[in-house]
Design a protein around this ligand. Structure first.
Ligand SMILES: [Zn+2]
Length: 529
């Protein structure tokens, strides 16, 4: 804090000195600009030191003082190193583009004052509520411990601030480890850390997750909790030995999933009213489909939130439980302990449920029990990993479900994808090729409001912030039920249509988002191919 105070005094002093020095000199605007630039760069670099995880806390004072005097020189060195790193990780960008982006970020950061990045106030706890500090670091020097714990807390804190869904820590080579966050479904390198330091961070996370620190090869898993001022967040941890060391993946379980309702997940009015009608029925099955990370679980929670949990007995089977639903019974599967989806389903059917939610249908037994339950007076929600409504039905048939069972149990199939929203601070007009323009003109589509990703500090240079969902829905009405049962050709057709037919509908929905400037053509292509 003393250093900060000292630094804050500096500009006033330096300007005074500069002013007194220039008294005898004639006014030279170039010198003034250079002086201002120098002072600005000093500040910028001191700020970088303050928040850099690469500078250990005990060296921060020295680093800040050095920054003050050799600031601009070090700034340029850091800039070159940083640009070099970005070029090697994102080969497609050129130097000029990166320098422009850096300069924009530098000006933005000076505008948004130094409190833009808060110091973490976070406590990491194991499943029994014991704090990381008490678990980790016996037999090591206190200072070294503190630094590793700070680093671990910083990584977890940053992941929560950036709303990352996963944290991946893995060795890049013998001496470096990479920390990456998955934000809005896309992986981004956050920093490269020295191997020894990062191994200690991995050990601290394994310790708080009740995993065996000495086991570095065999895959292990565990869990921990982070307590912040905003509440609790849960994390799932998996580790495994890889070439050059050990890989750690941490899944951030989104507590926010529980806050979604049918009104705020991006449904069109027509789709919303179809779902609302379906969930008021006493029985039937609603099947959500999409690949991993397509937002199926969030939509499932949104539907469950719509159900009156006081008057209807709601039981969920999940892997893992992403967030707590008040007044619902939630069961977490644990195949190692013999608690599978099928086993849990069989046991909950004895508890007289009205509504059952099955995290994911992965095997014949689960599919069979869930569909039979939907025929016997239960409203069943389930998800299946597939790319379209058509392929979800094919998947059920492939799992051994008979057409008769599927047609009588299934009521609604919904497929979903998530598109990243363009960052409103930096989106730029799209650069269309002549072919694309001709295409749009031929189809009489207004392409004037098309945008592409830019890159600014607000979106960490990605050009995107937040996501929106697109849906495709298939109502299994009596006519469709009849053709499922009666005609083999329908199933052959279904297999032939496969993913493409379903995707074309999703693509149409996605194109609407592109044309209204919410997302970009590139993003639509990334998600739907
Ligand atoms: Zn931006």
């Amino acid at each position: 804090m003393e250093t900060l105070a000292l630094i804050k005094c500096f500009p006033a002093d330096s300007l005074l000195i500069a002013a007194s020095g220039t008294e005898s000199l004639s006014f030279n605007p170039i010198k003034l600009v250079v002086l201002c630039g120098w002072v600005y760069l000093c500040f910028y670099f001191v700020q970088q030191v303050q928040y850099s995880l690469l500078v250990p806390p005990k060296y921060k004072t020295i680093a800040k003082l050095s920054a003050l005097f050799v600031g601009p020189i070090l700034f340029f060195v850091l800039l070159i190193v940083d640009i070099q790193r970005q070029i090697s990780s994102e080969g497609h960008k050129n130097v000029i583009e990166i320098i422009k982006q850096r300069l924009r970020n530098a000006f933005a950061s000076s505008r948004s004052s130094s409190n833009s990045r808060e110091e973490p106030t976070i406590r990491l706890l194991d499943s029994s509520g014991t704090e990381l500090k008490q678990i980790y670091g016996h037999g090591k020097s206190k200072r070294e411990d503190r630094h590793i714990l700070d680093l671990t807390e910083h990584i977890i804190w940053d992941a929560l601030q950036e709303q990352a869904s996963d944290i991946l820590i893995d060795p890049r080579d013998n001496s470096t480890y990479t920390v990456r966050f998955r934000v809005d479904g896309v992986l981004r390198t956050v920093e490269n850390l020295d191997a020894d330091k990062c191994k200690a961070v991995i050990n601290s996370i394994k310790a708080v997750s009740n995993m065996d620190i000495s086991e570095r090869r065999r895959p292990q898993d565990g869990a921990f909790i982070a307590q912040t001022a905003d509440g609790k967040a849960s994390f799932r941890v998996a580790s495994a030995g890889v070439v050059n060391g050990e890989k750690l993946s941490v899944r951030v379980l989104s507590q926010k999933a529980g806050m979604y309702t049918l009104d705020n997940i991006g449904l069109t009015d027509k789709y919303r009213s179809i779902i609302k009608e379906e969930i008021t029925k006493p029985s039937g099955m609603i099947l959500m489909c999409g690949p991993t990370g397509s937002g199926k679980t969030t939509s499932l929670y949104a539907m469950l939130n719509e159900i009156d949990l006081y008057t209807r007995n709601v039981i969920t089977v999940e892997d893992p439980i992403e967030c707590v639903l008040p007044n619902a019974s939630q069961i977490e599967v644990n195949p190692k302990a013999g608690i599978t989806f099928a086993k849990s389903l069989r046991s909950i059917l004895r508890q007289d449920p009205d509504v059952i939610s099955v995290g994911e249908i992965r095997d014949e037994e689960t599919a069979g029990i869930a569909l039979r339950a939907s025929q016997t007076g239960h409203l069943v929600f389930a998800t299946v990993h597939s790319y379209s409504n058509e392929s979800a039905m094919v998947r059920l048939l492939d799992l051994g479900v008979t057409p008769v069972l599927m047609s009588s149990g299934l009521d609604l199939v919904i497929s979903q994808r998530l598109l990243r929203r363009l960052c409103t601070d930096c989106k730029k007009p799209a650069q269309l090729t002549q072919k694309q323009i001709d295409d749009f003109r031929r189809k009489k589509i207004d392409y004037k409001h098309l945008f592409r990703a830019g890159g600014c500090q607000e979106c960490h240079g990605t050009g995107y912030r937040g996501r929106t969902a697109i849906f495709d829905m298939l109502v299994v009405d009596n006519e469709l039920k009849a053709s499922i049962v009666s005609s083999d050709s329908w199933i052959t057709e279904l297999r032939k249509a496969g993913d493409e037919q379903g995707k074309s509908h999703l693509r149409k929905q996605g194109l609407k988002m592109v044309l209204s400037g919410v997302t970009s053509l590139e993003e639509l292509k990334r998600v739907l191919g």
